[in-house]
Structure formats: C-alpha cells, structure tokens
Design a binder for this molecule. Structure first.
Ligand code: ATP
Ligand code: MG
Length: 564
C-alpha cells in the first residue's frame, strides 16, 4: 500500500497498550526480536465471549508482529477437566478464525515441573507442610499483618524429599500434605507467603495422564514455567493476575537462564451485562437444566453465540471496538448486538417470514393461478442477487398487519379504502374479513390492482406501507425461537439474591406455527437471514427437512433501549 498518499483515507488505528509494549520490546531487540504468545485455557468449561477477547489479543499480537501463538491447555487440575472441553475449545478457536502454531498441554511438563520441585527442595526453597488447607489459610495473615510460619517450615531437606516422594507415589491421602515454596511469611505481597506448589489429587484420573500422577502443580508454579519451557515471550493475561506477576518472575529467577525471560502483561477482562461468565455459574445453569446446554443460544459461550447466529466477524469486530485497557468495567451487551446487526446487514438475504399468520384472500385473483415474482435479496448488496417468490390467490400475512376498525394512523390493511403494497408484488386494498364464533378474525379479504406489479411501471406507485406475505400452498412451516437476554437484571452476580432467581422469564418464546417462503426450504444450519421487519435469524441444528427451526439472533432494533 502507498504511504503518505492523500487518497488513502483509512484512519490509522492507534496501538493498544500491549501492542505498544511489544513494539518497544522489539525496538530494544528483546529475545532477538522474536514474538511468541500463547492462549492458555483451562479445559474445565466451554469458551465464552470473554475468552474471545483474550484469544483476539494472544493470536492478534502474534499475527501482527510475525510471531507465533500456541494453544496450551492449562490442565493441572484433573478434578474439573475433561476432553469434552478440550475438543470444544479447539473447535471454537478455529471457528473464530484463529490458528495455533503448536498445541501444548501443561501436562506435557509434569515431569519437568516435578523435577524442578525436587530441585527447589534440594536448594532449601520448598518444604512439605502437613497442616490442613484451613490452617494454612488462617496463617496467611493480612496485607498489613505478617503471616505465621508453619511448624514444618524448617524440617530437614532429606525429610522433605522423602515426604514429597511419598506424596508423589500416592502413599499420602489427598489433603494431608502439600509442598510449599519457602519464601517469606511477612512479605507485603500475600502471594509470596509460602505459596503452595503441589497438592495431592488421587480422586480423579487426569484426562491425559490417567493415574500416573498423584500430585499436581498449582497454577503459579506451572504457568510461568510452562511459558519458559515453550519459549513464550509475552504471556498476556487478565488483570487479576497482576498481583501474581512478582511470583511469576520470582519462580523464573530461581532456575531460568539470564538470556531469555517470558514477560507477563495484563489487560482488563471483559464483563458483559445481563449474563454470567463464571464457569461455575454457567456449569450450574447447564447441570440444573436452566438452559438447554452449553450451546443454548442464550449462553455467552462461543458455541451458544454461534448457534444464536453470531458470526466470527461480528465477535471480532465487537472485541475490536471495546479495546484493551487497564481499567475494569462492564460492557453493555447492546454493543455486541449492534456488531451482529452491522455484520449481517449487507450479508443476510431479506425474506418474508410470517410469525403470527392469518390468511389473506385476494378475491379478484384467479383461483388456482400461481405467478413467479422476482424479489431482490438485499437492496444494500446487489451481489446477493434475486430470488423467486410464488404468488397466488391465498397468502399468509401477519395478523397484526390487519385491523378491522383502524385508527387514522394505521397504514397497513384495513377495510377503509387504504392501499398497501405486498412486498415485491401488487398493491391491494382490504375489503373485509371473516370471524369465528368467538369473534376472532380468521380470514381477511382484499382485491388487487393488476397494474401495480413490482418491477413494472405500475410497480413504482408509492403507497404508505408495504407488508410481508407468503403464498399459502408453497409456504413452509417453521418453528421460530425468539431468544432474548438470559437475565432480567444487568448484573446477576452482584445481587444479594441467587443469580438463578434472576433469569429473564421471557428469554425464550417458541412460535410453532410460522410460515416462511418456499425459498428457505433447503436452508442449512447457521445460514443467516433477515426476516423483513422482524430481525435476524439463523437456522437451528434441530431443523429437519420437514421441520425448519429458526433462532432469532437479534431483533432489527434494540428493544431494550426503550425499556430502561
Ligand atoms: P475460571 O472461571 O475457572 O477462573 P477463566 O475464565 O479464567 O476460568 P481460563 O480457561 O483460565 O478461564 O482462561 C483462559 C484465558 O482467558 C486466561 O488467560 C484468562 O485471562 C482469559 N480470560 C478468561 N476470562 C476472560 C474475560 N472475561 N475477559 C478476557 N479474558 C478472559
Ligand atoms: Mg482462570
């Protein structure tokens, strides 16, 4: 691309602060100008939109600075981890459009980490503590008050080696002993107060190493070390790890060579309103059947958003908009909804779908006659071309598009002589309706003007409103699932009440008797459409050839903005 060219009006995007750090490091020739990042999910749940923010950062930095980003499963706690999560995480990252250089697991380093722990013991930097977790926690002290040293802190090195070996062989029951780093119980950073390095877990086999290991490293003892073993240059994570950074560096100082060090850097995590993103809470929703699974379209998970009809592009542009800072905050979910509207606007074909159908009979239209009309798929994107719509004497229209005794400002169908255009078809005028024994309208009657066909000269005649329709004989039945926000309050986690009582009772409405154009008959899951005047929809995986199911991705307009 030409530089300094006046015609290049694309605004130059300013660097985020992590990019600035990376650029400075490159300028200084740190690590020989090599850039390597990693995305380190714990396989104990499905990825959510917050993870997408970390993914865009980790993979984005590598892409931008000709580096590599590896995927590393942080699988150091077999109690909660599972291959189901390992598989879904890989699928979701790829769907978002990112590709890792290499795939690693923290468990690849179990032997190296264990060896390192023994080295720490031998150097007098670690000891086996026999106190319970509760007592250890009580002895931590407070930020202003020093902690209490464990009575086991100064046991001889030989004894520590012997006990750690017993722990490692499964001879000690879970919870009876831990290996702790011997640092400083009076340190101003609480993480330095003899942090636990290893704990015993024999109750759950590991998803990769089975029952080979009886002791497992803690996050702090595993993460920086894994970064170092792999050659990571920038270990980017969220702000809650900032207070862990000195310990990350301290551990490295104990064994790493001086020529190369990974750097931990932190950014603000994504918090979104009207949802929960803690894995524990999401798991609860799934296990208690409060949602239909991890991929329920109301969930903030990547697979839930995908099933809801979100595109990778919309998620990435959302992440791009919110940016990266050092300040925690909460993002309004309407910004995410805006991103998908913006993305689908030019991409989705705009079709007629009748959600609450009522029959419209054109009394002056020949019985049995069918016409093929042509409609543009998206007036904002000619590339999407046109499609054929079958027209006939009997159509379905939205019940709300007809009113028997309409007020003056009702411009749709009513038997008051008002003209209305049927989308891409003719102008009609309502003449009356039929009611059942309870007074409910069951059919609407109208006449059409043969000279007003869209695409002909008469088609240019303007009337106040256009309504959607689907021809009765060719219409395809569809189930439409209208999804809305999962919670009815902005921050379900901050409330005194149990978050499960704050679910939005209207987060899903199922309409079973909808009619859509025949053109949609073969639509495949995840295809996107705009239902004219209603919103954006995608085909759900529950669809069968005889039963189409559509999920509402988002309404055309933000309906929540009015409510607050
Ligand atoms: P848990 O809920 O168990 O603490 P987690 O949400 O931190 O887990 P991990 O699998 O440990 O999930 O996260 C992998 C990476 O994603 C980490 O680097 C973490 O910082 C980042 N991450 C997690 N949640 C968010 C979020 N809401 N916004 C941005 N990044 C996130
Ligand atoms: Mg975590």
């Amino acid at each position: 691309m030409k530089e300094n060219c006046c015609e290049n009006t694309e605004p130059k995007k300013s660097l985020n602060f992590i990019e600035q750090i990376v650029e400075n490091d490159l300028k200084e020739g740190l690590n020989g100008g090599r850039i390597q990042t990693r995305f380190p999910p714990e396989p104990n749940g499905y990825l959510h939109i917050g993870h997408a923010k970390a993914i865009c950062m980790d993979f984005g930095i590598a892409e931008k600075y000709n580096g590599v980003c590896n995927l590393r499963f942080d699988d150091t706690n077999p109690v909660k981890e599972d291959v189901e999560y390992v598989d879904s995480i890989q699928e979701d990252i790829q769907w978002l459009g990112f590709h890792w250089h290499k795939l690693f697991y923290a468990s690849d380093y179990f032997q190296q980490l264990h060896d390192l722990a023994i080295r720490f013991i031998k150097e007098g930097k670690a000891y086996v503590d026999e106190q319970s977790a509760e007592v250890i926690a009580q002895q931590k002290g407070t930020p202003t008050q020093a902690g209490i040293e464990s009575p086991y802190r100064n046991r001889p090195i030989e004894e520590n080696l012997e006990l750690f070996e017993q722990m490692s062989k499964g001879l000690i029951p879970d919870g009876k002993m831990v290996l702790r780093a011997k640092i400083d119980m009076g340190h101003s950073n609480m993480h330095f107060r003899d942090p636990i390095m290893y704990r015993i877990i024999t109750t759950h086999p590991h998803h990769r190493t089975g029952t080979q290991w009886k002791v497992y490293p803690m996050y702090d003892f595993a993460h920086g070390q894994s970064d170092y073993f792999e050659g990571v240059t920038h270990s980017i994570c969220t702000l809650e790890f900032e207070v862990h950074r000195p310990l990350y560096d301290w551990y490295l100082d104990q064994f790493a060579g001086a020529d190369y060090r990974p750097k931990q850097r932190e950014f603000n995590r994504l918090n979104l309103n009207y949802t929960v993103m803690s894995k524990r809470k999401m798991l609860q929703l799934v296990q208690e059947g409060l949602v239909a699974g991890w991929d329920d379209p109301r969930m903030p998970t990547i697979c839930g958003l995908r099933r809801r009809g979100y595109t990778p592009e919309s998620i990435r542009s959302f992440i791009d908009k919110i940016g990266y800072t050092k300040v925690e905050g909460t993002i309004d979910v309407s910004l995410l909804e805006h991103s998908i509207r913006e993305d689908l606007k030019p991409k989705a074909a705009r079709v007629c779908a009748i959600l609450d159908p009522i029959k419209l009979i054109i009394t002056n239209y020949e019985e049995g006659k069918k016409e093929i009309l042509v409609s543009e798929n998206n007036p904002e994107n000619e590339e999407l071309g046109t499609r054929e719509m079958i027209f006939g004497r009997e159509l379905y229209i939205e019940r709300a598009d007809f009113m028997e005794n309409a007020p003056k400002d009702f411009f749709r169908l009513s038997p008051m002589g008002r003209e209305v255009r049927l989308k891409s078809a003719y102008i009609v005028q309502a003449t009356g309706c039929k009611k059942d024994e309870y007074g409910n309208i069951v059919e609407v009657y109208c006449t059409y003007d043969v000279n007003t066909k869209s695409g002909t000269e008469g088609g240019n005649r303007k009337v106040k409103s256009t309504i959607n329709w689907v021809e009765v004989d060719s219409a395809v039945n569809a189930e439409v699932r209208l999804y809305d926000r999962l919670f009815s309050v902005e921050d379900p986690s901050s409330s005194e009440e149990d978050f499960r009582t704050l679910l939005n009772p209207d987060s899903l409405k199922v309409l079973n008797d909808c009619k859509v154009e025949a053109w949609l008959k073969d639509a495949k899951p995840l295809a996107h459409f705009q239902f004219l005047k209603v919103g954006y929809f995608t085909v759900d995986q529950d669809s069968t050839p005889n039963h189409l199911v559509f999920n509402r991705t988002v309404s055309l307009k933000d309906t929540w903005a009015k409510k607050v």
